[in-house]
Structures are given as structure tokens and as C-alpha cells.
Design a protein around this ligand. Sequence first.
Ligand SMILES: [Mg+2]
Length: 465
Amino acid sequence: MSGRILVVDDIAPNVRLLKAKLEAEYYDVLTADNGPDAIELARQAVPDLILLDVMMPQMDGFEVCTRLKNDPRTRHIPVVMVTALDQQVDRVHGLQVGADDFLSKPIDDVALFARVRSLLRLKLVMDELRQREASGRAVGAISDTMTCFGDSDAAANILILEEDLSRAERLGRRISQQNQLTLCTDPKEASQLLDQQGFDLLVINLVARGFDGLRLCARIRSSDNGRAMPILALVDPHNREKIVRALDIGVNDVLLRPVDANEFDARVKTQLRCKRYADTLRQSLDSSFELSVTDQLTGLHNRRFMQARIADALTRLGRGVEPASVMIADVDFFKQVNDKWGHDAGDKVLQELARRMKANMRAIDIACRYGGEEFVLVMPGADLNAGLQAAERLRIAIEDEPFELGGHHGTTRITLSAGVTELEPGDSHESALARADQALYAAKNAGRNCVKSIEKAPAQSAAGR
Ligand SMILES: [Mg+2]
């Protein structure tokens, strides 16, 4: 996996050494020797990862990290702090300002590349989400207020798997204040729990003698439920091979034993923050998809979605699976509603009409607002006769009950004219809708409040029958 990495250190030989190591592994390397330059470069070049020295004159690594994480342009870039001393207090401070990981000098190559690969992999997933969200935002489907960085302190659901129950309880006490904890000593039981419900984080002891934690992590990563769940693993600092394999399998973070309470708490918070950020992105993507196929006023589908469904119906017709019909309906004299009682009243009428349309169609029918006061119903499986019956049912449902106008306006009666056509082989959605539109005009010309159809053009082979 290649990527662009920004190396920040005030001492030139350190920079040269890291640059050489990373370039040997085909990473693209940028460098800076002070905080302000690093921030500027991060904004402009947007690297995939930043290796940040803690001890620098003027602006130290903590300050640089704080600024990067407070800037929407750079906050998604993973930051690995490089500390001269393996000081726990530095680690905790770093995590508090948003650092994603640590390396201590002198930098161990194996640890370096395992961290780099793991963080780049995570960033790849986040980038894809961010990109899809950005395109949603560009078409106006996602508003700027919908995405926050996941800083909420809402309770998280955490599973702790540790073979010794008293150790599990001790771990739990360190993070139990605002979170929902499930303690578990058996990997089989943990697997079942993970299948049954979603967790926000798994804390797993990889040093356990009674089970193979790595195997479970690998299985979780290949399951639907566990693919996106963060995993924090407790490891023995001397077992470098296991640390590297854990990160390669997809464990998000490792914590060295003996466990420092503050570092544990800070790493848990970091993982939960990332998870919430990813969840928020996914949710806004889901709702943007919903918005992109929905008419906002009526909640019916929009024109784009309807065209795609007509195309589907044409494909099934072409394969000889089933017929399909299309109706276009138009509210009679709708302009008078707007002119007499205003646009709010007009909107209320359209909303109620949409509600009656949904109440009077089959579950497989697709109701769409075509524009203004025009509606389209796509009816898979319906031949012309069935399509006409459906349209007539809707026409009666509209005519029968008066419509509320809102405010002090009371109610009014509304009628609907509709045109129906059956899809033909060789149709496009344009030609089908054009025929339905012709039928609609026939209904208007026949005095409105009625349904008309255009017969299928007689096929060549049926000529003279
Ligand atoms: Mg330094």
C-alpha cells in the first residue's frame, strides 16, 4: 500500500533517516523541520499520514497536533507522535490532543511499518466515506451541520474479552463511567455475542493462554457485524511479532501490558471517536441517498428514481417476464387552488394527494412526483386493463373526499385526470411517458376527472388479425 507521508522533525539527520526508510518501501515522503511549516504543508499537500516529533523548539508536537486536529481540512489525517522518551505522560497528553499513535526513538522499523500500514488502511476506508459524503454535499443532499467529528460523550457499548474475570473487571472499572460494558472470558461466547448485537469497541487480551485471540480477530474482520468494529488489543511489549501480525490482521490499536489506566482510557476514547465519526459519515450517506431519490414535498419518489424503475420494467418486459403499465395523472385546475388560497394550501393538497396515492396502490407500485401537480405511477406486472383499474381507483379516491386547505380555509374538492399506457417492447422511458401523456391530454379534452388510455400500437406480426 503506498501513500504520502509527512515527516516532521527539527533535527535534519532524523528527517533524512526516516525519509530514506520510508522511501525504500515506496512511500512518497514530504518533510518539514518546524511546526508552522508542517501545518502549512499538511493543509496544502494533505498527506495520508504525519509522523510528528514531539520535542521541537517554538511550537512542540502537541501544539502542532492540536492545531491539525482542530482544522477541518487536516483533522482526518492520522498523526503518529514520535517521542524521544518512552514516557507514559507524553502518550496520554498526545492522545488527549488527538494523536492516533506513538513511536519512540530510536524508531524500530518493524513497529514503524506495522503502524504505518494499519493507519493507512484505516484512512483509506475513511477517505472513501469522506469522498462519497463530499459528493452528496456538492449536490446539496447533505447539509454542513449534519456531520460532526464524533466528539459526543454518548455511552458506548464495549465488549471486553479476557480469560481472567478479575482482570476483565479491573479493566472495566477504568472505562466504566459512561459506557455499557460486557465482560466475557470465553472466545466462543464472545463470537456469539458479536453475531447477536453490534458493539462499538472490542477490547481483547492477545496474551491469553487459553485461546488464540488473533484467530478471533481475523474472524471478526471477515464477518459482516465485525468488519467496521474497532478492536483494541492488549499485548506483551516483548512480543513484536504478535504486535505486527495483530495490526496486519486489522486490529486498530494495541496497548502494551502492564496496562496504564490513563493510556487505556485515552486509547479507548480515540477508538470510540473514530467509530462515531465513521458512523456519522455512513448515516449522512444513507440519508443523502434517501434524499436523492425522494421528492421533498410529498415524500414520493422523484423523477430520476422513476425513470430508473421504468427502465427496470422494460428490461423485465424484454425478457418476457411480465408486462408493466405507466400512469400520468394531473390535478385538474390546480392553478386555481394556488391563486385562491396560496401556495401553502396548494402544497397541502399535493401532500394529501400523495398520501391517497400511496394508500390506493399495491406495494410493488412506484409512485413519483413528476413535477408541479403531475404524478406518475409505475405498475410492474400490470397490463393495460389492470393499469386502467388502478388509475380509476385513484381517481375515485381523490374525487370522493374533500381536501383540507390548512389555515382558516376549510376544504375544497379536487379532481384528477389520468392517462395510462402499457409498456411496449422497444419503448424507452421517454416514449412510454410520451404515450401516457397523450392519453392524459385525451382525458383533459374529454372534460377532465376521468382516465383514458392509448392502446398499444399493433405489432407487425399481428397485422390483419
Ligand atoms: Mg526534536
